[in-house]
Structures are given as C-alpha cells and as structure tokens.
Design a protein around this ligand. Structure first.
Ligand SMILES: Cc1cc2nc3c(=O)[nH]c(=O)nc-3n(C[C@H](O)[C@H](O)[C@H](O)COP(=O)(O)O)c2cc1C
Length: 320
C-alpha cells in the first residue's frame, strides 16, 4: 500500500521495521513480524556465543522466507561485545540486513558486511550521529525520538523535531522511531518525510510477543504518564516503564548512589525474570510514552495490517 525507498531497499511489503528488543526478539517473534510484511529484527546481543546465535538465525530462516535483519549493539555493555563474531555468522548464513544502534558504526565492520552483500542501516538519536553513520557508509538511518522506549540518549529530541531535520540533511532514506504505535503515527512519519518507521513498544503487546501475560496486561492499562527516563546520570538514558524498579533507579541516581547498586536494579537478568515469570517489579523494561494509546493485545499480523490500513484510511479522508 505504501511503497517507499525503504520498502524497495529491503524488499519488504510495508515500510515498517519491528525494532530489535533485547531478550524479546526471539526467532519465532522476529519471523512473525517478517511474515506480516514488516522487517523482523533479531537482537544479536541476546546470544552469548557464535553457535547459539547461528542456531537462532537458522531458526528464523526456517520460519520465514521473507527478509529479516540482525541488530548489532554499539552501546556500552557490562560484558564487552565482539560484533565481528556475529558478523561472521551473518555473512555465512546470508542474513540480508544489519542494523547497528548506538555509537558510530565502525567503517571496517560495515565494509565487511557490504562486501558480503548485506544491506546496512544505523539507529541513532541525533542528526550529527546520523550524518556520521551516513559517512561511514550505511544505506539508511533510523532517527529515534525521545518519546520512544529504549536508549533515547541525552538530547531529549522528539520524533516530530528530529525526523524532518534528518530528512532535510541526509541523502540516505530516513526511518522514524519513537512513539509510533498506530496508523496515525505511520502517516505522520511519512508526512514528515520518513520513508519508513521502526516500532518497538506496540509489538510488545502482541499475542506472539514472548513476554509474560501479566506484563502485557499491565502495559495495556498504562497511560502516557507511565514512563520515565532513567540512567541519565550514566549518560546512557533509557525511557522505561514506570514500575517500582525504574522508580528505584531514579531515586538511586538522585542520591548519587553507588554504580554497582544502580546496575543491580537494571541487570538484564532481572528483566529476563520479569519477562519469564511476570513479576512486574523485578526489573526495568524500555517503554514508549505512546503506550497510552495501546489498548489491546492482538496478533502481530493484525497489528501491522491495522497500522497500514489506518494510515491509508486517514490519507484518503484527508485527500477527500
Ligand atoms: C522492550 C524493548 C527493548 C528494546 N531493546 C532494544 C535493543 O536491544 N537494541 C536496540 O537497538 N533497541 C532496542 N529497543 C528500541 C526498539 O528497537 C525501537 O527502536 C523503539 O522501541 C522504537 O520506539 P517505540 O518503543 O516508541 O516504538 C527496545 C525497545 C523496547 C520497547
């Protein structure tokens, strides 16, 4: 329905990328997003060995013959990440698309991937970083506004300000991320000049999303005031769902508490427990302010089709 530079570049039906989500983007979920005509994105940092990552990539390939991607994290991590190990598997398994997120993608890594026929994109939170990624050689850039769930950075720029600036400045196609959960958001992003959108939070609240039902129910009841930015004191700001753990992090930061104490609350193991056991206050999860307009748990294909159809309907109404 909406053909753009991004649908052509990635060979996908809809201009929608399902954002990589740590511990959530398991093969079945990634494949469901690709099978719905969007671009499923694996989160490589979930896999602690090359072989586990390879098994997951092969599982996605078994479940879909549509394009999918792998996210490589360039964020600071407690356990250093060697993205070259993932790149080996990506090349050997012919993964078609790679997204880097965080700091400037290393040119040698991009060159290696591109020489192997992989299409590359980068996700960042400012026009300066976007320009630097374009210079490093990526074929598309996602700019991520601070209403979104995840690493929103320290600048606090919102999607509506960031996207047109990026579109006016870059030559490569731009995707908009941050706060997009429905057809209104998709059409607004396209109107701002984006060639596609990256969505995360909306996909958390889907039937196939592998998180505990307690959490899905809590998220559909949340409103636009139920998130907060945390970890700014570490210059690693994340927008998170406002539960007891996130509030505790904010409190510890205001008290200038010990780094170890803060990290124990945001540990990935605590978040994993929350996803698996449904203990709503066990850890911290990223979440968008737009959670306030997500009211139903629906199948992935239904969500993606619904977003595209709603955008088309609004466009028709406005044109009439
Ligand atoms: C639960 C969750 C986990 C996420 N994990 C990652 C991640 O590991 N790497 C990454 O680059 N982005 C991550 N993100 C960001 C998403 O990929 C996407 O950019 C973002 O969710 C878009 O904003 P939205 O939540 O408003 O849709 C995460 C987002 C959420 C909600």
């Amino acid at each position: 329905m909406f053909r753009t530079r991004i649908t052509r570049l990635f060979g996908i039906e809809h201009p929608i990328v399902g954002g990589a989500m740590m511990e959530v983007s398991k093969p079945e979920f990634v494949a469901a997003i690709s099978n719905a005509g969007a671009l499923g994105m694996m989160a490589s940092a979930m896999y602690e060995s090359r072989e586990k990552f390879r098994r997951a990539v092969r599982r996605v390939k078994e479940l879909t013959d549509k394009p999918f991607g792998v996210n490589l994290s360039l964020f600071p991590a407690l356990m250093p990440i060697d993205n070259n190990l993932y790149a080996d598997v990506i090349l050997e398994e012919h993964v078609p698309i790679v997204e880097t997120s965080g700091y400037r993608p290393p040119e040698d890594l991009l060159a290696r991937l591109k020489a192997g026929g992989v299409k590359t994109m980068h996700k960042c939170v400012s026009v300066r970083q976007a320009l630097s990624a374009q210079k490093a050689g990526v074929e598309a850039v996602t700019v991520f506004g601070s209403e979104g769930g995840g690493h929103i950075g320290e600048l606090g720029l919102t999607t509506i300000s960031l996207v047109p600036r990026a579109v006016d400045t870059l030559d490569v196609p731009v995707l908009a991320a941050g706060g997009i959960v429905d057809g209104r958001g998709l059409l607004a992003a396209l109107a701002l000049g984006a060639q596609g959108v990256t969505i995360g939070t909306r996909l958390l609240v889907t039937t196939e999303c592998p998180i505990h039902d307690n959490l899905k129910q809590a998220l559909v009841s949340a409103t636009e005031v139920d998130t907060l930015p945390i970890l700014g004191s570490l210059r690693n700001t994340v927008r998170a769902w406002k539960n007891a753990a996130a509030l505790r992090v904010a409190e510890l930061e205001s008290l200038q508490a010990d780094l170890g104490e803060i990290l124990s609350v945001v540990a990935g193991t605590a978040t994993k427990r929350m996803y698996e056991e449904g203990d709503l206050n066990a850890g911290v999860i990223p979440c968008s302010q737009s959670i306030g307009i997500v009211h139903e748990i629906r199948p992935v294909a239904n969500v993606i089709e619904g977003i595209v159809q709603e955008a088309a309907e609004i466009l028709g109404r406005l044109a009439a």
